[in-house]
Ligand binder design. Structure first.
Ligand SMILES: NC(=O)c1ccc[n+]([C@@H]2O[C@H](COP(=O)([O-])OP(=O)(O)OC[C@H]3O[C@@H](n4cnc5c(N)ncnc54)[C@H](OP(=O)(O)O)[C@@H]3O)[C@@H](O)[C@H]2O)c1
Length: 237
């Protein structure tokens, strides 16, 4: 079992070929239904809730205003998605996604995220988020420094949410899929996130450590570029 994950055999809507284990050439029974907490229910968080629910996972979706404001949205996402507070979504998830404005990063619930894999999808735009002193850190190193007990993986920050909703294709071989870049310092956590990327029809491309993740920040060559996995690997050299 992958470190940090508890799970049970999946009865997936995609069927066995879409599971992470099958993609790795392993037995299908390795695939698990995961509990995923999502912090931020907007363009990116809402899109990931839909895609992960379609892939068979259980989702707690949250925003800053509270679960009562998510009733209509959750009703469109099916029975495996429930509305939650951000604190409860963080406590719920084996994997937690943050897709919130970078200026709100300090509001992430550190105690509930301790020991968890946190997928950080946020981007820092000073003109939108205000001046934040990153103290020489990459954007996601800055996030991780505030969460020293959390296994932070940067992912989903380089793809426009409408492409995230529409461009995943599990029928394609991995090299021909749209690339989704990820980075992190915890290799086991990155493998978990890479499998989630595969399950929703994209291809993971690892850019390295959190420090090196500047290569997938706004303004970098690969940021918001539509590339297949093969093209992305060539671009990274
Ligand atoms: N839009 C894209 O295509 C895209 C692509 C890649 C990455 N990103 C990045 O992803 C992040 C979110 O972008 P978005 O376009 O999805 O924004 P958005 O549509 O404005 O949604 C932001 C969400 O974050 C919630 N939120 C704010 N503070 C929170 C907190 N402390 N706890 C829990 N939820 C909180 C908001 O809830 P309330 O409405 O209740 O305040 C809202 O649901 C940004 O950093 C952005 O740069 C966006």
């Amino acid at each position: 079992m992958t470190p940090g994950l508890r799970g049970r055999p999946r009865t997936t809507r995609y069927g066995e070929p879409g599971t992470g284990a099958a993609m790795r050439g392993g037995p299908a029974w390795e695939a698990v239904i995961m509990k995923i907490g999502i912090l931020g229910a907007g363009n990116i968080g809402g899109s990931l809730a839909q895609l992960f629910a379609q892939a068979g996972h259980e989702i707690a979706l949250s925003n800053s205003r509270g679960p009562d404001t998510l009733t209509d949205q959750v009703a469109t996402l099916g029975p495996t998605v429930h509305a939650s507070t951000a604190v409860d979504a963080a406590a719920f998830g084996d994997v937690v996604v943050e897709a919130i404005p970078f200026g709100r990063i300090e509001a992430l619930p550190a105690p509930q995220l301790a020991g968890k894999i946190l997928v950080s999808a946020s981007n820092y735009y000073p003109q939108r988020d205000g001046e934040i002193d990153l103290a020489g850190a990459s954007q996601t190193e800055f996030v991780a420094r505030g969460l020293p007990e959390t296994r932070v993986v940067k992912a989903f920050n380089t793809i426009w949410y409408r492409h995230l909703r529409s461009q995943g294709d599990t029928s394609k071989p991995e090299a021909a899929r749209r690339a989704i870049f990820l980075a992190g310092d915890d290799e086991a956590a990155k493998r978990v996130v890479a499998d989630l990327i595969r399950e929703i029809g994209f291809g993971p491309v690892d850019t390295g450590s959190l420090h090196h993740s500047r290569v997938q920040e706004p303004g970098a060559d690969i940021y918001n570029q539509e590339m297949t996995v093969a093209e992305a690997r060539a671009a990274l050299g």
